[in-house]
Design a protein around this ligand. Structure first.
Ligand code: MN
Length: 290
């Protein structure tokens, strides 16, 4: 099932070809349009198996609305954490040596190993939103890069989750851009500006999405500059390992989000650019930079 948040934080079930959706909000217990409470969404992530029959019934009955006629919101609502993996593709680690030589004048060797860090949940944006480059960062002359990534949405939370049970804790998958300032200092600041985490266009539930090691990620800049093309099979730490690793550090809650790391091909973006990002079986979105 493909689930989209749209309009006044309503829930839609997206049709098979991704062009229509049905508003199923009325089938949700305790829906609340206030995006700052978000309880209904986290409840849906946790209790999807239970809620699914009612959503399926509502999706069959309701009128189909063209997706292009609604405002798609960020694909998730109010996660307690946005976790992100660093250095999860070998070719990206290699390219980061060159990027750091150019942007920092040196290689920060501690940043060349797999790890997780946090992005502010307030940096989330939707497919209908622009990425806004902070004027002070642009004036300082720092490069701002796109990273196009597979994103995991947690269903049942937990801590110390074993690798072999990790996929059972995944609610679904979506795609995200981990927009990043290449300047000295902490990742959490450089990646947490408002709009620096576009995520969408919807969540594809784990049962429909299938094996997270079988996706292909693409990012095309301005229609002809094919910057990123990568199979998720090339991850150094596959999705179950990332979930298990993160859960040994912090308790994962329903609805938490994990960016799984940048494929190779990251590069600078400028005002006016169009970022077209897609992942096989999950959909795509085109985001403008200003
Ligand atoms: Mn990243």
């Amino acid at each position: 099932m493909k689930l989209a948040i749209f309009g006044d934080n309503r829930l839609g079930v997206v049709g098979a070809d991704g062009t229509t959706l049905v508003d199923v909000t009325a089938a949700l217990p305790g829906h609340d349009a206030d995006p700052l409470t978000a309880g209904w969404w986290r409840g849906l992530c946790r209790d999807f198996a239970e809620l699914r029959p009612a959503l399926e019934a509502a999706a069959k009955e309701g009128p189909e609305i063209p997706v292009e006629s609604v405002r798609l919101r960020p694909a998730v609502l109010g996660p307690s954490k946005v976790i992100a993996a660093a250095c999860n593709y070998a070719d990206h680690v290699t390219e980061m040596h060159g990027v750091q030589e150019r942007t920092l004048g040196k290689v920060e060797h501690w940043m060349m190993d797999f790890d997780v860090f946090l992005k502010a949940p307030s940096s989330l944006a939707g497919p209908s939103d622009d990425v806004v480059l902070p004027p002070s960062v642009v004036q300082a002359g720092h490069e701002i890069h796109h990273e196009s990534e597979l994103v995991v949405v947690i269903g049942t939370g937990g801590r110390d989750i074993p690798v072999e049970k990790a996929l059972g804790h995944v609610f679904g998958y979506t795609l995200g851009l981990d927009i990043t300032v290449r300047s000295p200092g902490d990742r959490s600041r450089r990646k947490s500006y408002d709009t620096f985490s576009p995520i969408g266009p919807w969540v594809t539930t784990a049962d429909e999405a299938g094996d997270p090691a079988a996706f292909t990620i693409d990012l095309v800049l301005n229609g002809d500059d094919h910057r990123q093309h990568c199979d998720t099979a090339d991850m150094l730490m596959p999705v179950p390992d990332i979930v298990a690793y993160a859960s040994r550090i912090m308790t994962l809650h329903p609805g938490d989000v994990i960016f799984t790391g940048a494929p190779p091909g990251v590069g600078p973006i400028e005002a006016g650019d169009l970022l077209d990002t897609r992942i096989t079986r999950l959909g795509g979105m085109t985001v403008r930079v200003r």
